[in-house]
Design a protein around this ligand. Structure first.
Ligand SMILES: Cc1cc2nc3c(=O)[nH]c(=O)nc-3n(C[C@H](O)[C@H](O)[C@H](O)COP(=O)(O)OP(=O)(O)OC[C@H]3O[C@@H](n4cnc5c(N)ncnc54)[C@H](O)[C@@H]3O)c2cc1C
Length: 469
């Protein structure tokens, strides 16, 4: 049985891995040159506790369960989670009522360990929080991850278990033909017995190409400011939510930086690539972040960026099955948190209906690229003795070594962003000012590229025009 998974975001990558637990042939299709570069690359990276979602929605069904599943998943796939906890803070009595409702909703959704803290208790958890708050909803189970690392890890593990990956291959349409599905792609025609459409912002259009009607998507943009490493906050800080969503947050990231954002701006369906930031958007982020944490200091800003949520009018995920074709649409927040539970249900349901046999040889584990910066002295010494390139620091900000960069290339990185998102080189304070050229030299040596041909991410995003001397 041949199964196609379209899209290698958090949803598609985990679904593809889940399928490799069965005796089937799995092929992944991704229109971008690398995995996890869609919605999964630019978001808040929070494992939400699950109190925010209306009971009986798919979001509520999968959020708290997905959050729990991440603990095992991170051990199997060797990616970092920090269970930093979250506080939803109230500045007035009306907001206290809202957090009490969230507590109740959380309990209905099966979220454990939620409690309301007094002002003093909340300030003990988060000393830099505004003195104006009067109470907060605390969840110790909220966490942070680097979502693209999960997608990379799931794809690597799926490949290790026999799946295939077609990068830079856009699926243009899906056609049902004699009980099979024909994928017309930018790299030719393929035929499959089962197709899973996990194409993020484009899942609605792809479903339509197959003659399946789903609620149309529009992007809802979220702009962010990334601050350099600090211990500004320990916990994810939310204002009380509004109709526009969870609000603008202050987030301690898994890489020890602080993230401020996002905004919530509805764009038109034709703006699915509009990831630009704006003066108005970033000003709003600063104002709202400083309301939560007055000490927020913009002199620490190292990067701004924006992500796009795949929104629909019903404000819930849509999982639509038509024979052996499944469309997963509107993977808005908390899609990241929900993804492991959603992937498991989608695949187990299909496996049962198609009577798929389990793959006794499935290997659940994948090892991350070794990170010198996270190792103790003994392990560092051992690794450097085995391979001296792990002793040569290339990215000074995040202490990434040549060995890590070479390993990222070995695992498929072919662009500067491919290396950045696998190793955190170029991710730190100088944002690549000091190490980009060194990394390009390593790429040239390892891949035999000409310097001029090395791109940041997409075709034509070349860094240099030519070599002067
Ligand atoms: C601003 C913002 C903040 C968020 N914060 C959180 C949070 O803190 N916690 C949380 O749980 N969730 C959060 N989310 C939601 C979460 O990021 C998404 O639910 C999740 O990343 C969606 O993953 P996906 O795999 O569905 O989509 P994607 O990551 O977009 O993956 C789809 C992939 O399909 C590819 N593709 C598209 N069309 C085609 C085609 N025709 N052929 C081949 N490939 C194709 C794309 O290139 C892409 O790589 C946030 C989202 C945003 C935008």
């Amino acid at each position: 049985m041949k199964i196609a998974v379209i899209g290698t975001g958090i949803v598609g990558s985990l679904i593809a891995r889940e399928f490799t637990k069965y005796k089937v042939e799995v092929e992944m299709f991704e229109k971008l040159p690398d995995v996890g570069w869609g919605v999964t690359k630019a978001n808040s990276g929070i494992l939400h506790a699950g109190y925010d979602d209306e009971p009986h929605t798919l979001r509520a069904k999968y959020c708290a369960r997905g959050n729990e599943m991440y603990t095992t998943l991170s051990k199997e796939l060797d990616f970092k989670i920090k269970r930093v906890g979250s506080l939803v803070v109230a500045f007035n009595d009306k907001e206290v009522k809202t957090i009490e409702e969230l507590l109740e909703r959380g309990r209905k959704n099966g979220v454990k360990d939620l409690k309301i803290l007094s002002k003093i208790e909340a300030l003990e958890v988060e000393p830099n929080l505004s003195r104006e708050i009067i109470a907060a909803l605390y969840s110790p189970n909220a966490g942070v991850i680097a979502p693209w690392e999960v997608a990379q890890a799931a794809v690597e593990n799926a490949l290790d278990n026999g799946a295939k990956l077609h990068l830079s291959t856009e699926v243009e349409s899906i056609l049902e033909e004699n009980g099979k599905y024909r994928l017309n792609t930018s790299n030719g025609i393929f035929s499959f017995d089962v197709v899973v459409n996990a194409a993020g912002l484009w899942a609605d259009e792809l479903a339509e190409s197959a003659g399946v009607k789903v609620t149309p998507l529009h992007p809802r943009r979220g702009q962010y400011i990334l601050l350099d490493r600090s211990d500004l906050v320990k916990t994810v800080l939310f204002p009380t939510p509004s109709k526009a969503g969870k609000g603008t947050l202050v987030i301690p990231t898994v890489h020890d930086t602080t993230l401020l954002g996002p905004t919530s701006e509805d764009l038109t369906p034709s703006e699915k690539n509009s990831t630009e930031t704006t003066v108005e958007g970033l000003s709003e982020v600063i104002k709202k972040a400083q309301k939560l944490v007055p000490m927020v200091n913009l002199s620490k800003a190292i990067r701004t960026f924006a992500g796009l949520r795949p929104e629909n009018d019903i404000k819930d995920f849509v999982i639509k099955r038509e024979k052996n074709m499944i469309h997963i649409v509107a993977t808005r927040s908390p899609g990241l948190t929900a993804a492991p539970a959603l992937a498991k249900d989608v695949v187990e349901d299909l496996a049962e209906k198609l009577n798929l046999r389990t793959n006794g040889e499935f290997r659940p584990k994948r090892k991350a690229i070794p990170r010198i910066a996270d190792m103790n002295e003994r392990d560092k010494e051992k690794l450097i003795n085995q391979d001296p390139s792990y002793g040569r620091i290339v990215c000074r900000c995040n202490k990434v070594t040549e060995g890590e960069i070479v390993e990222a290339i070995r695992r498929g990185a072919r662009t500067l962003d491919g290396i950045k998102f696998r190793t955190t080189a170029m991710f730190g304070r100088c944002q690549g000012s000091f190490c980009t050229v060194k990394i390009m030299n390593i790429m040239r040596r390892e891949l035999g590229n000409d310097f001029e041909d090395i791109v940041k991410n997409l075709p034509k995003s070349n860094i240099v025009d030519g070599v002067v001397r």
